[in-house]
Design a protein around this ligand. Sequence first.
Ligand SMILES: [Zn+2]
Length: 320
Amino acid sequence: MGSKGETLPPPGSNQTYVKVSALNGGWVTLPERLFITNADPEALKTVPSMCFLIQRPRPGGGPPERIVFDLGIKRDMSQYAAGMQDHLSKRQPITNLPDTKASLEEGGLDPAKDVDYVILSHTHWDHIGMPADYPNSKFVLGSGTLHTVKHGAPHYPPEMFEKDPLPLDRSTEFPPGPDSPGKDLACATSQQTSHQWKPISTLKHAIDFFGDGSVYIIDAPGHLQGHVNLLARLGPEKWVYLGGDCCHDSRIITGEKEIAMYPDAHGEMRSVHSNLPVARTTIAMIQDFVKTNGDNVEWIIAHDKGWADNNQERFFPGKL
Ligand SMILES: [Zn+2]
């Protein structure tokens, strides 16, 4: 493992680095048996739905360009679709505040003015937040996301999505990942970014978001159509990998646990991922990547309570 060429590239001359801060996105309670193998059948775990602020120095000066990655849980629960209410009743207690808006304001930023891009790992209810808080941001989404919020996905029927949850006039999608299922769900070309997927380290499909090697979007399919991860360069040999919902418990990445299976309402076995074999491939991809790059990469999944508890000082205005 880790032969030359597989590890992350060294900084270029005049390399741009970004600042990353965790943002609060509320807390949700998960029955452990639905997420990990060998769980206590009664155990409930209240976990964060973490979001992140990425700040990149703007070429030519001025305030940094800012990305918010994921928007967490809505603070106004009445905005969820009627078809979501039963699911929400099984995820209590839920904490709505502080949310990304409150988190940004805590550090002196106004989500209505100071955020250039919102990128969503995926559009499950605990990641989609309140897009209306970001009336001037461009929304950039994984391929097939706009189709999914309208037509639903396996285990997530369209009734679970609120009507028109995303600002269509300000939303674009990344091009479909070359190996991703659901390529036919991609939007018309006019709504796609002009990025190209290229490999970085052991990750086969990455988009260099700004074109300067500071922020990469990683194709990470399986959990929900359009699921993406984000890799950010914080310094020479210092990176962070934001894994979204590739899994919901860090022990799946470390190999201590596996993805749970459980019967659905019709007695068919399912998992929390809409495409289980592909989700497994994505987890193996991340395991290989973090192993190859060792201490140069910190990885964080959205619902990692242990990370949130131990890294409070790295929430905005703090940073990684
Ligand atoms: Zn999810």
